[in-house]
Write a protein that binds this ligand. Structure first.
Ligand code: UDP
Length: 235
């Protein structure tokens, strides 16, 4: 395996499957199967999951809700997704821990870096819920932050697209995918990999990001083996 410890970022929307909202149990089971493959190979796995399938603070604010209130609701949505994923991973036979940036101690451990690292060393999958615990941030930023904190080798951003393109491939048929691109070129070309806060945090800490299609079976394993899947963003 090319990577010993990974931080896997899954969007909340990915859990919807074909639904318009919420969680599709088929998606949970499919992701658990993909994650199990790399777990069996000894990869240490930390996961940050988004909440966009349930609630986003910005959406709340655009309909008149207080932004901060909405963001906390979004963070709670990520905890719901984290619990759902935790259940699916355990059903598939893996040991897990859910750690949250907001204290909800009857259902999750509070985030403690040293404990998280210890769980990873013991082969437990650690899911980080409630983002960074702060409004005005995203779960992409939480993914990079936690990735840096637990010394992950790479951020794996599992999405529905298979990488970073010169233009939006759904709108421009001439768009070409990058196999590799530098952080500087992403910024210079105005490409969209993650929000600026998450992206610059990754760049400053020299933590590479791989954007890949998580919905293609076997891709996660191939990425961890070092195959050229998706787009790798490096220094
Ligand atoms: N959120 C937040 N602080 C964080 C992470 C998330 O306030 O550190 C809130 C924010 O409202 C965001 C929502 O949680 O819209 C869900 O997260 P995100 O939009 O990143 O989820 P994804 O797009 O990955 O599903």
């Amino acid at each position: 395996m090319k990577y010993k410890r990974i931080l896997l970022k899954l969007s909340g929307e990915a859990l919807m499957g074909d639904q318009q909202y919420g969680i599709d149990p088929k998606m949970l089971a499919a992701y658990a199967a993909e994650i199990k493959e790399i777990h069996n190979k000894g990869v240490e796995i930390a996961i940050v999951i988004g909440g966009g399938n349930i609630f986003r603070g910005l959406a709340g604010a655009s309909s008149g809700m207080d932004r901060v209130q909405g963001d906390y609701m979004g963070m709670l949505a990520t905890v719901i997704n984290g619990m759902a994923l935790q259940g699916a991973l355990e059903d598939a036979g893996m040991q897990t821990r859910l750690q949250t940036a907001l204290k909800i101690e009857s259902i999750a451990e509070p985030y403690i870096k040293r404990r998280a690292t210890r769980h990873l060393e013991k082969g437990r999958i650690v899911i980080f819920g409630a983002g960074t615990g702060n409004p005005y941030f995203t779960t992409d930023t939480a993914a990079v932050l936690r990735g840096i904190e637990v010394h992950a080798d790479v951020i794996l951003k599992g999405t529905r697209v298979d990488g970073v393109y010169t233009a939006d491939p759904e709108k421009d048929s001439n768009a070409v995918k990058f196999d590799y691109i530098s952080f500087e070129d992403v910024l210079a070309k105005g490409l969209n990999v993650m929000d600026t806060t998450a992206f610059t945090l990754s760049q400053e800490n020299k933590l590479p990001i791989i954007v890949f299609d998580m919905n293609k079976p076997g891709n996660l394993l191939k990425v961890c083996e070092g195959a050229t899947i998706g787009t790798t963003v490096t220094i």
